[in-house]
Design a protein around this ligand. Structure first.
Ligand SMILES: *[C@@H]1O[C@H](CO)[C@@H](O)[C@H](O)[C@H]1NC(C)=O
Ligand SMILES: *[C@@H]1O[C@H](CO)[C@@H](O)[C@H](O)[C@H]1NC(C)=O
Ligand SMILES: *[C@@H]1O[C@H](CO)[C@@H](O)[C@H](O)[C@H]1NC(C)=O
Ligand SMILES: *[C@@H]1O[C@H](CO)[C@@H](O)[C@H](O)[C@H]1NC(C)=O
Ligand SMILES: *[C@@H]1O[C@H](CO)[C@@H](O)[C@H](O)[C@H]1NC(C)=O
Ligand SMILES: *[C@@H]1O[C@H](CO)[C@@H](O)[C@H](O)[C@H]1NC(C)=O
Ligand SMILES: *[C@@H]1O[C@H](CO)[C@@H](O)[C@H](O)[C@H]1NC(C)=O
Ligand SMILES: *[C@@H]1O[C@H](CO)[C@@H](O)[C@H](O)[C@H]1NC(C)=O
Length: 611
């Protein structure tokens, strides 16, 4: 290492015209147009400190991707042979040359001791005042105000010395105007409403029509509908579920306790058993909200749904920080708010990672700079390669973005477009749409708050091979109806779906109803986790990255959803059809069929479900 540094120094010594010196010239590395709904307010405060993350080119990513696809393809001899953390690190580490050049550059500006490295050295982090970052990236940060009044510090463009362009993949926070949204922003009514007593009905022998009340959906209903009601987890502890919280969300134990007492009494101890981890100063608040505060609704929906279905499988809940607690203004704008990279880099550093991780958050893909989306998505590939099923909700705005009523304007040309979401658009995760109804199950649409199950096609990530047959069939079926409004060559989502309206939740001590793909996401996560439990108990590997298996074999275990559509942008949006579609994927799961699809006896799941 030392001698190669010396070599390049000698090389520089040749004179002014050497290629290396010329390449010290700064050249624009990335430009990302400021979204229409942000207006520049002024210069960013130069002394505001930010944690800069520098992503280095992962030298053997193609190889990592090959390993991922081989170990998750049920027809491959390596199926289920998930990689270890050190095997993954070996594949994602940057070349010696990349690391050397990037360090040489950083050392000119910062103290080497202030730099922290990810285990594979593919990410370097350093906390610096904005004025210093501006020199490092030859840029100028500004404060931008969103139409909702919140403010954020970003820059539309940054530069790097030319000789580093091929070695650095992303630097954040720079251009990402993302506004991560929990996919359950819709909670209706009912604070103060009495908890419904019907919940105490005995589990196990009811039919869906007896145990399901469309106005108050409970764990017993979901467990009966999806046939996990008689399954008793065999290896809890060996098998775990992860739950990601961002944006100040937490999982309140006392609310979870009330929920379980009412809706799954035998699981009540679960409310005090889940582990909580704070990442980047993420809040673990368990105290009551102040007046007018509404933290923890998403967190309650997520943890209660998981506990209600998968108990006693242990839950590991992550709360990732990044947003200051006060209302941001021009003097205290949001700087971080980039939850995924911080979270996934933390998780990749751990020796143990739960086999399924539930994430109920999304952003409009166009607000995420391409470099950031690529870096985060490749980190998801690294996590998937370790045998983790990463589950995301497909969004609540139909084809119009993270929430209903989006403007449907492209950030590229200001034309009307369907707005795809990230991370659902990343091909290495599984995206979950929402349904309602119990027979038949149809695509979710909520007439009051306009929640509509999300679906679409990425503009950033091309369609992965595993979806080719399913998606080309769908495109033929829908024909030209929405031509020009979406990118038919992109990764299409969702992959599967689950019920998503009128989840009965306890929040702040009272019952509320939760809706959205945020509800479907922990439901699917819990069911996949129970399937992993059965596999592990049988001496087999957990499923890991689901999609190659889903699109080949797993799809048979899902009930096709064939009516409803991803309403949005003043259109009916992508329709559900027979087979895979871009609003419900392959449909909703049935546990007996899942067991059969992985070659296990289906008996455990449904002795009495259909009467
Ligand atoms: C279901 O019914 C069977 C008999 O039909 C009974 O043995 C079993 O205990 C019941 N299960 C539950 C959970 O009530
Ligand atoms: C949800 O519950 C409300 C009552 O709180 C009911 O009016 C509505 O029809 C239910 N929605 C669905 C889709 O069942
Ligand atoms: C962590 O959060 C607390 C409370 O919000 C705050 O007082 C503290 O300064 C934060 N620490 C860091 C290192 O950001
Ligand atoms: C984008 O288009 C909308 C609607 O057509 C228009 O109102 C808006 O002014 C346009 N914005 C820009 C920046 O051109
Ligand atoms: C459509 O998707 C492809 C494949 O991901 C991509 O290369 C292309 O740039 C996208 N087109 C637009 C207009 O974003
Ligand atoms: C939360 O509960 C407390 C105590 O019951 C109550 O004072 C407060 O108004 C509640 N907050 C909301 C937003 O309902
Ligand atoms: C969280 O738990 C506390 C008791 O530990 C409870 O008083 C409070 O209402 C809960 N907060 C929320 C937001 O649910
Ligand atoms: C939908 O149509 C209404 C009425 O024509 C219009 O005001 C609105 O801007 C349109 N919305 C979108 C997303 O196209």
């Amino acid at each position: 290492m030392r001698s190669s540094v010396l070599l390049s120094v000698i090389f520089v010594g040749f004179g002014a015209a050497t290629p290396l010196q010329q390449s010290r010239r700064y050249v624009v590395k990335e430009t990302h147009r400021v979204p229409w709904d942000f207006v520049r307010q002024g210069d960013a405060p130069g002394d505001h400190r930010i944690r800069l993350q520098v992503g280095l080119k992962q030298d053997r990513f193609d190889e990592l991707e090959r390993h991922l696809y081989e170990t998750s393809d049920p027809d491959d001899v390596r199926y289920g042979q998930h990689l270890t953390a050190s095997e993954v690190n070996e594949l994602v580490k940057p070349s010696d040359k990349s690391l050397r050049l990037v360090r040489e550059w950083l050392y000119e500006h910062v103290d080497p001791e202030d730099i922290t490295y990810s285990p594979a050295s593919d990410f370097l982090s350093i906390t610096l005042p904005i004025s210093k970052v501006e020199r490092l990236l030859e840029t100028k940060y500004s404060v931008y105000r969103h139409t909702d009044g919140s403010t954020i510090v970003r820059t539309p463009e940054w530069k790097l010395p030319l000789h580093l362009h091929d070695h650095i993949t992303a630097v954040q926070p720079t251009t990402s105007f993302i506004r991560t949204v929990p996919q359950s922003s819709m909670f209706l009514g009912s604070a103060g409403k009495k908890v419904q007593a019907k919940a105490h009905r005995r589990a196990g022998n009811g039919t869906v029509s007896k145990v399901c009340d469309a106005d108050n959906v409970t764990p017993l209903c979901l467990r009966t509908l999806y046939e996990t009601v008689n399954y008793v987890p065999q290896v809890p502890g060996e098998n775990q579920i992860g739950l990601a919280n961002y944006l100040g969300e937490t999982n309140n134990r006392s609310d979870a306790r009330i929920f379980l007492q009412n809706y799954r009494p035998e699981a009540t101890a679960g409310a005090d058993a889940y582990s909580i981890v704070s990442i980047a100063n993420g809040t673990l608040q368990q105290t009551p909200n102040g007046p007018g505060e509404y933290f923890g609704m998403e967190g309650s929906l997520d943890v209660q749904t998981l506990l209600g279905i998968s108990w006693p499988t242990p839950i590991l809940s992550y709360s990732t920080g990044g947003e200051p607690p006060e209302i941001p203004d021009v003097d205290h704008p949001i700087v971080d708010n980039e939850p995924y990279l911080t979270w996934v880099n933390y998780v990749l550093e751990q020796d143990f990672v739960p086999q399924v991780i539930s994430n109920s958050y999304e952003d409009n893909e166009q607000t995420v700079p391409l470099s950031y989306a690529r870096v985060v998505c490749s980190q998801f590939a690294a996590l998937s390669a370790r045998g983790v099923s990463i589950i995301f909700g497909s969004g609540d705005g139909g084809v119009s973005g993270v929430q209903p009523g989006g403007s449907c304007l492209s950030n590229v040309n200001n034309q009307t477009q369907f707005i795809p979401l990230f991370p659902s658009s990343c091909p290495y995760i599984t995206s979950v749409g929402g349904t309602f109804g119990f027979g038949p199950e149809v695509v979710a649409y909520h007439p009051e708050n306009k929640y509509s199950s999300g679906g679409g096609f990425s503009n950033y990530f091309p369609r992965p091979k595993y979806q080719d047959a399913a998606v080309s069939g769908y495109l033929e079926t829908i024909g030209d109806e929405f031509k020009g409004l979406y990118n038919c060559s992109g990764r299409a989502y969702p992959d599967i779906a689950a019920h998503s309206i009128n989840y009965t939740i306890i929040w702040n001590g009272t019952m509320i109803l939760g809706h959205g793909t945020s509800a479907a996401t922990p439901t699917i996560s819990a069911i996949i986790s129970l399937l992993n439990d059965a596999l592990i108990a049988d001496g087999r590997a957990p499923l890991g990255f689901l999609n190659p298996w889903l699109y080949k074999r797993g799809k048979k275990a899902f009930v096709d959803v064939t009516s409803g559509s991803a309403i949005g942008c003043n259109t009916t949006g992508f329709p559900a059809v027979k087979g895979w579609d871009a609003v419900s994927g392959f449909g909703t799961p049935r546990f007996s069929k899942l067991l059969k699809a992985v070659g296990l006896s289906e008996d455990v799941s449904r002795p009495h479900v259909q009467q």
